[in-house]
Each structure stands twice: as structure tokens, then as C-alpha cells.
Design a protein around this ligand. Structure first.
Ligand code: 5GP
Length: 186
């Protein structure tokens, strides 16, 4: 069997670093790259669409996916809700020869690397800590308590960047997206 794991790219990094924006840019400009839709137990934000932004699941539904071995990885993120990557769509896309991009947290990235060592892991880093705080505040979708929790997670996550195959600083979306695509295609 052909090993297509090298086409699996994990994009991780702290909250508000711009993972979503970079991932969106990559998908819009590279039809051969598929973005995995994650499952989560958190509630949809305004404008988020079930099955597109995430699969929004109940705790029971999430438990069921784990129990039936349908999750490639999963984690509690920001100490609160569970997020995970459904395995089947990833495997199907890889089998079709497509490249798959996972935009997930660091715990998930570790699990994927363990299960699929050929996967390429990329840590998206902010230009600076102050810039990260500024981006999180600018997003204004979180209440102060949630924001404090996310910043705490970000501190821990920034310390883990050495575990990744590559670190890319997100100072400019298009440049950063191009760098990630070069890794997928190499
Ligand atoms: P948000 O609630 O802002 O959409 O996402 C919060 C965090 O969950 C982000 O850091 C994001 O990378 C992470 N996340 C999203 N999907 C997954 C997933 O499938 N698995 C893991 N481990 N983390 C995820």
C-alpha cells in the first residue's frame, strides 16, 4: 500500500495566532488540499454552520465516536470543551491522493504525530506575545474569563513549539500560507 501520510499536515499554534485564517487561505488557493472538519462539544458561534465550521455534537455523541474508534485524535481544549478529528474523512481523502490539513490544538498534534509519524507538524507562532494578546482582544468573541483561559493555554502552547517539525511565524497570511503549502507539496 502506498504510504500517503506525508500528505497529512497538522497546523497548530496558540489561540488567535491566525490558524483559521491561514487554513482558509490555503484551501481557497489550493483545490488539492482538503481541510478536515473537526467535531466539538462547544456551542456554535453566530454564523458558524454545522458540518462546515465544525460538527457540533453533544457529549454523548462525542463519546460514541471515541468508543467506536472513529476519532484520529481528540482533546479537551482551553480546559473546557472537547474537540476531535473524525478519522474516516481524513483516511478517505488521503486514499484519494489529496493532501489533508488539520487545524487542531497541540495535544491533538502530538497524538496525530504518534499515530501517523509521517505527518508533518507545523507550529504557527505569533510575531510576539503582545501581538497575540492584541489579536485575541481584537477578536472580541470571548468574555474576559474565557479570554484569560485562552491566554493561559497560549503560554503553555508557546513553550511547546520545539516539538514541531517546523515553526512558521504568522506575520503575513499569504506568505505564511505559501510556506505551509510548500511543506505539503514537498
Ligand atoms: P475554537 O473554539 O476557537 O473554534 O477552537 C479552539 C481551539 O480548538 C483551537 O485552538 C483549535 O485549534 C482547536 N481545535 C479545533 N478543532 C480541533 C480538533 O479537531 N482537535 C483538537 N485537538 N483541537 C481542535
Amino acid at each position: 500500500m502506498v504510504n500517503l501520510n506525508h500528505k497529512l499536515l497538522v497546523l497548530a499554534g496558540p489561540t488567535a495566532v491566525g490558524k483559521g485564517t491561514v487554513a482558509k487561505h490555503i484551501i481557497e488557493h489550493n483545490p488539492q488540499v482538503v481541510l478536515s472538519v473537526s467535531a466539538t462539544t462547544r456551542a456554535p458561534r453566530p454564523g458558524e454552520v454545522d458540518g462546515v465550521s465544525y460538527y457540533f455534537l453533544t457529549d454523548d455523541e462525542f463519546d460514541e465516536l471515541i468508543a467506536t474508534n472513529q476519532m484520529l485524535e481528540f482533546a479537551v481544549v482551553h480546559g473546557k470543551h472537547r474537540y476531535g478529528t473524525p478519522k474516516q474523512p481524513v483516511e478517505a481523502a488521503l486514499a484519494e491522493g489529496k493532501a489533508v490539513l488539520l487545524e487542531i490544538d497541540i495535544q491533538g498534534a502530538r497524538q496525530v504525530k504518534q499515530r501517523m509519524p509521517q505527518a508533518t507538524t507545523v507550529f504557527l507562532a505569533p510575531p510576539s506575545w503582545d501581538e497575540l494578546v492584541r489579536r485575541l482582544e481584537g477578536r472580541a468573541t470571548e468574555n474576559p474569563e474565557e479570554m484569560a483561559r485562552r491566554l493561559e493555554t497560549a503560554r503553555v502552547e508557546l513553550a511547546a513549539q520545539g516539538e514541531f517539525d517546523h515553526v512558521i511565524v504568522n506575520d503575513e497570511v499569504a506568505k505564511c500560507a505559501a510556506a505551509v503549502v510548500r511543506l505539503i507539496m514537498s
